[in-house]
Structures are given as C-alpha cells and as structure tokens.
Design a binder for this molecule. Structure first.
Ligand code: HEM
Length: 140
C-alpha cells in the first residue's frame, strides 16, 4: 500500500494564495483552500501562514478537539523528514476508559419463575378475600 504523499518545504511554499493555500501542521501538509472562507477565525490569519509551517500558530490559539480532527480532512500529505503525531480522536467528554467499558445489565426472563409469581399474585389476594368473607359469614 502506498503511504502518504511527501512534500518538501519549498513545494508547500508554492501554495500561498487565497486561491491555492497550503500549510503544515504537526508535519501534515494541508490544502486549506476550501476551508479559508469557513474558518471561524477568519481567512486572514491562515493566509499569514500560507505555504509555511503553522503548528505554533495553530497551537497558540488552543484550537478545540474538533479543530484538531478537521486537520485530517484537509491533509494532502506529509512534510519530508517530519514526524507526524497521531490526532487524539477522543473528544474529551468521554475518556478512553469509559469508552471501552461495557454497561452491565441484567435480563428479566419470562420463564417458569415469573409464571409462578403471577400465580401467587392472583391467588393470594383471592384467598385472603375468601377467608375474610368466610369469617364475616360465621361471625354475623
Ligand atoms: C486546518 C487548519 C485549521 C483548522 C481546521 C482550524 C479550525 C478552527 C476552528 C474549528 C475554530 C473555532 C474554535 C475552535 O473550535 O477551536 C478556529 C478558530 C480560530 N482559529 Fe483556526 N483552524 C486552523 C488553522 C488556524 C491557523 C493556522 C491559525 C492562525 C494562524 C488559526 C487561528 C484561529 C483563530 C484566531 C481562531 C478564533 C479563536 C477565537 O475566536 O477564540 N487557525 N479555527
């Protein structure tokens, strides 16, 4: 299987306009041309680092997990010689442990046991009522 496309810094540097905008974040080469108009922080800030390494600027903002995951959407390759850290796909709300834990549950079976419970639920009150009326008849 072919790996990601590898670009040199000077190749990335050729894409620095609002019609063709690449940048590098954590060793990943991103084509953010289509994202420029969507960027909540505005296109100007991205254009300032267009064609360049923008990891420090990206991290300095304290971008959310959503923003960090978006990086993968725009990745077109990796920078030559760079080490690319994994993107943490957990959204910070659910931690790893609770993500993998299974919920404990018990199942109520409609078997012989529940049939005998139904039997007692029906006949015990009937028996009590019968005894009461029997007692009333004998005492009046
Ligand atoms: C592909 C790269 C980028 C993506 C996917 C991205 C995504 C986002 C997102 C989703 C937000 C909304 C807030 C949040 O969720 O954190 C945001 C805000 C912002 N971003 Fe980016 N961004 C990128 C690159 C950059 C770069 C390179 C810079 C600076 C040079 C930058 C500067 C800002 C600023 C200033 C805000 C506004 C923060 C605020 O209002 O508090 N972004 N970005």
């Amino acid at each position: 299987m072919a790996g990601p496309r590898v670009f040199t810094q000077s190749q990335v540097a050729q894409h620095k306009s609002n019609k063709d905008c690449w940048l590098v974040i954590n060793g990943r080469v991103l084509d953010v041309t289509k994202f420029l108009v969507e960027h909540p922080g505005g296109e100007e800030v991205i254009l300032e680092v267009a064609g360049k390494e923008a990891t420090n600027e990206f991290d300095a903002i304290g971008h959310s997990k959503t923003a960090q995951k978006l990086i993968l959407k725009y990745q077109v390759g990796v920078l030559q010689g760079a080490t690319v850290p994994d993107v943490d796909m957990n959204d910070g709300v659910v931690d790893k442990e609770s993500n993998t834990k299974e919920m404990s549950a018990f199942v109520l079976k409609d078997g012989a046991n529940s049939k005998s419970i139904a039997f007692y639920e029906f006949f015990v009150p009937l028996l009590v009522a019968g005894l009461y009326f029997g007692y009333r008849c004998l005492t009046i």
